[in-house]
Design a protein around this ligand. Structure first.
Ligand code: NAD
Ligand code: TYD
Length: 351
C-alpha cells in the first residue's frame, strides 16, 4: 500500500461514491472509511465494495477528540478527505447545535489530529475539505459564485460549513497544514437520502403521496450528478494546488418547480402511467425560513486548470437516478422504515 487515506462520512450519500471511486480506482491505496453512522450513514451503500482488500470501515464520531486522535495514531493516514457532516438545511433550522458540533468541532478535531501526526514531515500529506456552495449565500436572478465570492451564509447548516472552511484555511495559514477545498453545488444520484428534494419526490411519486414544494417553487439550484462530484474530488485531491479551493458545479440551473415537472414526466414514462399523473401530486407548502433564492456555480477554475467537466447531462443523470431508485426499492424501503440501521449490527457484529 503506498498511501493510507482516511475518508470521513463514507457511509453517506456523496461519501459512499467517493469511497467506491477511490477503492476501485486505486487498489494500491488503503482506504479507511470513518463514519459515526448517524441516521444519514448507511453501510448498505457500500455492500458491493466492502470485501475489497484495500477497504477498512471504522465506526467513530468526529466530535470525540480522543477517539479521533487514537484512530490517527493507529492508522497514520497520509491524507484525509473530509465529508462527514450534518448536511440537511431543514434539520439545521430545528437543531443548529448538532451542526456546530459535527461540522465545526468535528472538523477542528480532525485538523488537530492531522497536525499532530504530520508535525515532523508534511511531504505528501493533504487535508481535503469537502464543502458546499451554500457558504456563499444567495444569488439574485443573475451572477455566479466564484472562488473569490465573499462568504455570506444564511442557514445554520451553511454557517457551520462556512466556519469549518475558515478553520481549514486558518490551519494552512497558521500551521502550514497542506489543504485543498472543494465547494460543490447540489448533488443528486443513487443512494441520495430521501429527505432531500429529488429522492423525496421519487419516493412520494412511487407511493402516491404529495410532492411538497416550498413557497412558490421559484427557488433555483444548480444540480450535479454525484459521480461527477466524486470524480472532481479525485482530481482536486491529486492535482489541486496546495492552499487553494475549487468550485464544482453542474452548469445546470433549475427552478424547483420545473425540476419537479421534469421528474414527474420521466417517472410517468418509466412507470407506464398517463402523462400528468405524477404532477397532480404537486402541493405548495409553507416556505423554509431564510430560504436562499438561487445558487449557481462558476466552475471555470476546475475546468480550465484541471480539465474537469460533468460527464452527463441533467436529463441523462436524472434518468439514471430514477432507474436506480426503481431497481433498488428495497434500499428505499430500508431507509424509510429505519431497517438500514440494523445492517451494521448484522454485518459488523464484534467489529
Ligand atoms: P450525508 O448527510 O448523506 O452523509 C453524511 C455522513 O457523515 C453520514 O454517513 C453520517 O453518518 C456521517 N456523519 C455525520 N455526523 C458524523 C460525526 N459526528 N462523526 C462521523 N461521521 C458523521 O451528506 P452528503 O450529502 O453525502 O454530504 C457529504 C459532504 O458533502 C458534506 O460535508 C456536505 O456538506 C457536502 N456537500 C453536500 C452536497 C449535497 O448536495 N448533498 C453538496 C455540496 C457539498
Ligand atoms: P434540498 O434538497 O433540501 O437541498 P438544499 O436546501 O441544500 O438546496 O432542497 C433543494 C431545494 O428544494 C431547496 O430550494 C428547498 C426545496 N425543497 C422543497 O421545495 N420541498 C422539499 O420537500 C424539500 C426537501 C426541499
Amino acid at each position: 500500500m503506498n498511501k493510507t487515506i482516511l475518508i470521513t462520512g463514507g457511509a453517506g450519500f456523496i461519501g459512499s461514491h467517493v469511497i467506491r471511486e477511490f477503492v476501485v480506482k486505486y487498489p494500491e491505496y488503503h482506504i479507511i472509511n470513518l463514519d459515526a453512522l448517524t441516521y444519514a450513514g448507511n453501510l448498505e451503500n457500500l455492500k458491493d465494495i466492502e470485501q475489497l482488500h484495500n477497504y477498512t470501515f471504522v465506526k467513530a464520531d468526529i466530535t470525540d477528540q480522543e477517539v479521533i486522535m487514537a484512530i490517527f495514531q493507529q492508522y497514520q493516514p497520509d491524507a484525509v478527505i473530509h465529508l462527514a457532516a450534518e448536511s440537511h438545511v431543514d434539520r439545521s433550522i430545528v437543531d443548529p447545535t448538532a451542526f456546530v458540533m459535527t461540522n465545526v468541532v468535528g472538523t477542528v478535531n480532525l485538523l488537530n489530529a492531522a497536525r499532530a501526526i504530520w508535525k515532523d514531515n508534511l511531504e505528501g500529506k493533504r487535508f481535503h475539505h469537502v464543502s458546499t456552495d451554500e457558504v456563499f449565500g444567495a444569488l439574485g436572478e443573475t451572477g455566479f459564485f466564484t472562488e473569490e465570492t465573499k462568504y455570506d451564509p444564511h442557514s445554520p447548516y451553511s454557517a457551520s460549513k462556512a466556519s469549518s472552511d475558515h478553520l481549514v484555511r486558518a490551519y494552512h495559514d497558521t500551521y502550514g497544514l497542506p489543504i485543498v477545498l472543494t465547494n460543490c453545488s447540489n448533488n443528486y444520484g443513487p443512494n441520495h437520502f430521501p429527505e432531500k428534494l429529488i429522492p423525496l419526490c421519487i419516493h412520494n411519486i412511487l407511493n402516491n403521496k404529495p410532492l411538497p414544494v416550498y413557497g412558490d417553487g421559484k427557488y433555483t439550484r444548480d444540480w450535479l450528478f454525484v459521480i461527477d462530484h466524486a470524480k472532481a474530488i479525485d482530481l482536486v485531491f491529486h492535482e489541486g494546488k496546495n492552499g487553494e479551493s475549487y468550485n464544482v458545479g453542474g452548469f445546470n440551473e433549475w427552478q424547483n418547480i420545473d425540476l419537479i415537472g421534469e421528474l414527474c414526466k420521466q417517472m410517468d414514462e418509466k412507470l407506464g402511467r398517463e402523462e400528468g399523473t405524477a404532477a397532480q401530486l404537486i402541493t405548495f407548502v409553507k416556505d423554509r425560513p431564510g430560504h436562499d433564492l438561487r445558487y449557481a456555480i462558476d466552475a471555470t477554475k476546475i475546468n480550465k486548470e484541471l480539465g474537469w467537466k460533468p460527464s452527463v447531462t441533467f436529463e441523462e443523470g436524472l434518468s439514471l437516478t430514477i432507474n436506480w431508485f426503481l431497481a433498488n426499492q428495497e434500499w428505499l424501503e430500508h431507509v424509510t422504515s429505519g431497517d438500514y440501521q440494523n445492517y451494521y449490527d448484522k454485518q459488523y457484529k464484534g467489529a
